[in-house]
Design a protein around this ligand. Structure first.
Ligand code: NAD
Length: 361
């Protein structure tokens, strides 16, 4: 995946990253300022979350949505789903600025895309917000179970990350048991907390950290994990670092500090720069389980909702993340390339193959 330079013109950025369409949504009445990015629809309609965040600049919001939407294309492809990649961001504080009218207006913008983009929750949005969007358009998943949806996808996402961690542990240690292994979970929100539970159930030693210190206290107490301050996590000598907050936490500074053998977490776009930092990790001998491979449980859950699959089938598809991760690690080893390059190769191969299938009647 080429990385882009945010100083380029918007059209240059879209050309470099291969985006099909970007929609800027503005509604002064509700205060809505949102961007919907559709990256690729070769495999199916673009599906991706809607993130609500207090971006410092509009350029930051654009960068985020471009990166997120592109990784959704790769995530759907490598997971064997018939979906394209897209994503949306709403600029604002989800605790103060979110209203029913704002979410419904946003739903109207999605409706106007006529099914080319289907959304779900992400950081700063929840099933209730999806219910508001559902009042305006059918192109939304992750609506509450009480109204026929699949609800919050986070527990399924956590299961997928857990499978990715086990596959990575198997690669390095020969067994996938987590008993006695130590894991730092950074960001104990919806995915992070579910992951902590799964790890503790398998007797892993878990360190937890969050910018919200109340949450760190509550979660550490509930699951018998050790609370650590956010600025000391890279000093801890643990086997696994699991980034479950926001992206770009794996960068030159943190790679030089990290003492772990494995990086495997739910956050999207963990590598600040795919090429540079993927290579640095390869050279340092740190196993990186590519984020979009192991955090696909959420999109699998949404896909199941669209296809009418049972919960059992959703769980089976999510457990396949173990094999998907093993395949990426095998290719990386066989070709001496970074794990992110290996994952990209597998995903791109499927998109090209299916494109050919679709090119004739
Ligand atoms: P969330 O908003 O519920 O939790 C995020 C947590 O991270 C919060 O507790 C927040 O306080 C904390 N946080 C934010 N910045 C931090 C920092 N710098 N250091 C430490 N903690 C910080 O979000 P979530 O749904 O749990 O998602 C977590 C990550 O996983 C996101 O990057 C999201 O895009 C990704 N993801 C989520 C899903 C899903 O199903 N929810 C699926 C795939 C990927």
């Amino acid at each position: 995946m080429p990385t882009h330079n945010s100083n380029d013109s918007i059209f240059n950025q879209l050309e470099l990253l291969g985006h099909k369409k970007v929609v800027f949504c503005s509604d002064p009445d509700t205060g809505l300022k949102a961007i919907i990015a559709i990256h690729d629809t070769t495999l199916g309609p673009a599906l991706g979350g809607t993130r609500m965040w207090t971006y410092k600049t509009e350029q930051d919001a654009l960068n985020d949505v471009l990166r997120l939407s592109k990784s959704m294309t790769y995530k759907a492809a490598i997971s064997g789903l018939n979906l394209g990649g897209g994503n949306a961001v709403i600029i604002g504080d989800s605790r103060k600025d979110k209203t029913e009218a704002l979410m419904r207006k946003f739903g109207r913008f999605i409706k106007n895309l006529n099914g080319e983009f289907i959304t779900a929750e992400d950081v700063g949005t929840n099933p209730k917000d999806m219910e508001y969007i559902r009042m305006e358009t059918q192109y939304v998943t992750g609506v509450p179970e009480t109204i026929g949806g699949s609800g919050d996808p986070s527990p399924v996402s956590a299961l997928g990350v857990f499978m990715g961690i086990k596959a990575s542990v198997k690669e390095l240690y020969g067994s996938d048991s987590l008993t006695g292994k130590s894991v730092i979970v950074q960001g104990i929100g919806r995915v992070g907390e579910n992951l902590v539970k799964l790890l503790r159930d398998e007797n892993a030693k878990v360190y937890v950290s969050d910018i919200n210190e109340d949450r760190t206290g509550q979660v550490s107490k509930k699951y018998g994990a050790e609370a650590v301050s956010n600025n000391s996590i890279f000093d801890i000598d643990a086997d696994i670092y699991s980034p479950c907050a926001l992206g770009a936490t794996v960068n030159t500074y943190t790679i030089n500090k990290l003492k772990c053998a494995i990086i495997a977490g739910s956050a999207n776009n963990q590598l600040e720069n795919e090429n540079i930092h993927g290579q640095m990790l390869l050279e340092k001998g740190i196993l990186f389980a590519p984020d979009y491979v192991i955090n696909a449980g959420g999109i699998i859950n949404c896909y199941s909702e669209l296809m009418g699959f049972s919960k059992k089938r959703t769980m089976q598809l999510t457990e396949n993340i173990y094999e998907a991760t093993r395949n990426v690690l095998k290719l990386s080893k066989a070709e001496g390339i970074s794990t992110i390059q290996a994952a990209n190769k597998i995903a791109e191969k499927r998109i090209i193959a299916i494109n050919k299938v679709k090119s004739s009647y």
